[in-house]
Design a protein around this ligand. Structure first.
Ligand SMILES: Cc1ncc(COP(=O)(O)O)c(C=O)c1O
Length: 299
């Protein structure tokens, strides 16, 4: 499903660097590291009436990603929360909102790769938009397997949530060419890593399975789903999962902040799922949804 322009976002106020700017004036310098090298880190956050879902976990992952990339002068949690609060308040936003939170390595004194050219600290961007869930969760999604492998730690650790997304974008291009919603990305051994933008789960008999966090982003929604399943007495495992296991699952689904829990109805032309898997998925989805208010906090 292609996201559409939402006219409610025409006059957004966007936080860039040290303050709010109108949508048509907000931007980063041509010397910014995100322009020159995709050198930034980011988080997608969802805003509910009760607050921001998993706010502290998202901020911690952003700090960890920035630290792993050796960013200097990383802004404090208080600064980032103030910027989020100011942005939501300026736009009158309380619910049904997605925030793209980005921290670039900042502006360089001259173009170049070397982080020593960054001498004025990182640049924070808080882009809050009115945005429904991006996938059609009622009908599910169709996927193909990409020839593009997801990065394992020997190339670029997928645990860093960085802005250099070309690996995933190339997979998404293949999904687009195939006329489907998303692409499965395998690890270097041919096991499933994740989709190009979300994590993957299978329900098989009594077990909920997800790929080991080796070549995927260990998503925060993924962790939430595993927690809730365990609390409700399910067996949950992290494993090397082959495509055959996906094709023959009782149900397969994707998880992420942008889309919530989304059934995968078809992979590489094979229909996936059965009545038992569907019933179990609906139970899990309902438990996760009812737990969301407990996991929200105000910035
Ligand atoms: C590649 C990739 N996988 C999975 C996810 C889902 O992560 P989360 O549940 O933390 O939103 C994301 C979200 O940004 C992602 O970019």
């Amino acid at each position: 499903m292609l996201q559409q322009y939402d006219a409610r976002n025409a006059n957004l106020q966007i936080f860039v660097g040290d303050g709010l700017k109108p949508r048509n004036e907000a931007g980063v310098s041509v010397f910014d590291s995100s322009v020159q090298g995709g050198d930034g880190v980011w988080e997608g956050l969802r805003v509910y009436r009760e607050g921001i879902l998993h706010l502290d976990k998202h901020l911690q992952r952003m700090f960890d990603s920035a630290h792993a990339l050796a960013f200097q002068e990383i802004p404090t949690e208080a600064f980032i929360k103030d910027a989020i609060r100011a942005t939501l308040s300026a736009n009158g936003m309380e619910d049904g909102v997605h925030i793209r939170l980005t921290l670039t390595r900042g502006v360089k004194i001259t173009s170049g790769m070397d982080p020593r050219l960054n001498q004025s600290g990182p640049v924070l961007i808080v882009l809050a938009e009115w945005k429904p869930m991006v996938y059609d969760n009622a009908h599910g999604i169709e996927v193909i397997t990409s020839t593009q492998r997801r990065n394992a730690p020997q190339f670029l650790d997928s645990k860093i949530h960085h802005n250099n997304l070309l690996n995933n974008i190339l997979a998404k291009v293949q999904a687009n060419v195939a006329g489907v919603d998303a692409a499965i990305m395998l690890d270097e051994n041919g096991f499933i890593a994740e989709l190009n933008d979300t994590n993957v789960f299978l329900i098989k008999d009594d077990i909920l399975l997800t790929p080991r966090p080796v070549a995927c982003l260990p998503g925060i929604t993924r962790g939430h789903v595993m927690d809730v399943a365990r609390q409700n007495g399910w067996s949950v495992g992290e494993a090397d999962i082959s495509l055959t296991e996906l094709y023959t699952a009782d149900l397969a689904f994707a998880t992420g902040t942008m889309g919530g829990l989304t059934p995968i109805t078809k992979a590489d032309g094979r229909s996936i799922g059965n009545a038992l898997g569907t019933t179990r998925f609906h139970a899990l989805d309902a438990w996760v949804k009812s737990d969301i208010p407990n996991r929200c906090s105000k910035p």
